[in-house]
Ligand binder design. Structure first.
Ligand SMILES: [Zn+2]
Length: 380
């Protein structure tokens, strides 16, 4: 926290914009307050519907705008940040260049990146949980109750063969990280990466040289495997060899089946995710969302958990992140690119690699990225 208690005027900059120093003064939300915030999110969802009505040309009544003000005030008081969070923006311009300038100006030191399948598609890795892509066709002989059963933990315990059959046909011959994976490594090298959360199990972040402690593999990983009997651990190379042999991977100690540490349906997320996520998002001062449709939990709601002053940049082929009406009633706010009150959400449409290239260019990091790209890829 900054010193000097007399400067409680966070409104000192022109255009009522928060400066980098001001951002440092904002106190993190305590877990107790976060609980209260849950109630408020419900209130806020109702008010944002009024905003939507406004956009659709329905004239707001004076009463409803008074309600809005009351809600805003209540919300702001609870968050200890005055009305700044909702009224003011930290970006000079709410666009891609505004976010890049925010980084260039040194306003963020704790960037959190969130990655989905779109980040790995250029590495030739299919989104293999999605049925209908032909990937499941060769599983017909197993007479699965439904295609997704291959990733169901109860089904796996009874019949692990279909999973390993699928893994054999999908295992990439070469683990070559994409340009975007290199960009994550570059953020770490620049000292700006707080954490990289990925839904992908392909270990390409590790292959790109991102440090283990910077990575949270929210849906697990092929990096390690464990015996379903005695819990003995096996490494990626061992599992790869097993997958390409025709036998089931069997534990060398107890003969039970060994399963890669990817999260199956019916299994909980890795403990590391729960240990880190709350604190990371509270500290996050720029959220970059890469190649995900933001419909799978828990990623879909993570975007709500950063502070209200945290800008959010989506790099994706489509504009996503607006929750359904039902989810909004449950308090999920999501991303908000198009409303008049948007002060922090920016969308960059395109592939993750092109987005990484655009960010590197805007930040003057092209040479650094090229250097990383020329390094040999492959698992460490
Ligand atoms: Zn064992």
């Amino acid at each position: 926290m900054a010193e000097g208690g007399d400067e409680n005027t966070l409104l000192k900059t022109e255009k009522q914009r928060l400066s980098c120093e001001d951002l440092d003064k904002i106190e993190p939300i305590s877990p107790e307050e976060e609980k209260e915030e849950g109630v408020l999110e419900g209130e806020f969802a109702k008010s944002s519907q009024t905003e939507a009505e406004k956009e659709e040309g329905v004239s707001p009544t004076t009463e409803s705008s008074e309600d809005m003000d009351k809600i805003r005030q209540f919300f702001a008081e609870k968050l200890h940040i005055g009305s700044l969070a909702n009224e003011l923006k930290v970006l000079e311009t709410v666009d891609f260049e505004g976010v890049m300038k925010y980084i260039r100006d040194g306003c963020c030191k704790n960037i959190v990146t969130m990655a989905g399948a779109g980040m790995s598609t250029s590495a030739g890795i299919p989104d293999f949980r999605s049925p209908g892509s032909g990937l499941y066709d060769n599983l017909a002989k197993y007479d699965l109750p439904r295609p997704e059963a291959v990733f169901d933990i109860d089904f796996f315990r009874k019949q692990p063969e279909p999973f390993f059959d699928l893994a054999r046909s999908l295992y990439p011959s070469e683990l070559k990280p994409t340009l975007c994976h290199r960009f994550i490594r570059l953020l770490e090298q620049k000292g700006l990466l707080l954490r990289h959360y990925t839904q992908n199990i392909d270990t390409l972040e590790r292959a790109a040289g991102v440090s283990d402690d910077k990575i949270v593999e929210a849906h697990g990983t092929f990096h390690t495997s464990h015996c379903t009997g005695c819990r003995r651990e096996y490494d990626q190379q061992w599992m790869k060899e097993q997958i390409f042999s025709t036998d089931l991977p069997r534990c060398q100690s107890c003969e039970a089946v060994v399963k890669p540490d990817i999260v199956f349906f019916g299994e909980s997320l890795p403990a590391r995710f729960f240990e880190l996520v709350s604190d990371d998002l509270r500290r996050c001062d720029l959220l970059i969302i890469l190649g995900t449709s933001l419909v799978v939990q828990p990623f879909a709601t993570l975007v709500d958990r950063v502070q209200d002053t945290c800008p959010r940049l989506l790099v994706n082929k489509e504009k996503v992140g607006r929750p359904s009406v039902l989810m909004r009633l449950f308090g999920q706010k999501g991303l908000d690119f198009d409303s008049a009150s948007n002060y922090r959400d920016v969308c960059w449409l395109g592939t993750c690699d092109d987005g990484a290239r655009a960010m590197a260019a805007a930040l003057g990091w092209e040479e650094d990225l090229r250097k990383l790209e020329s390094e040999a890829g492959g698992p460490p």
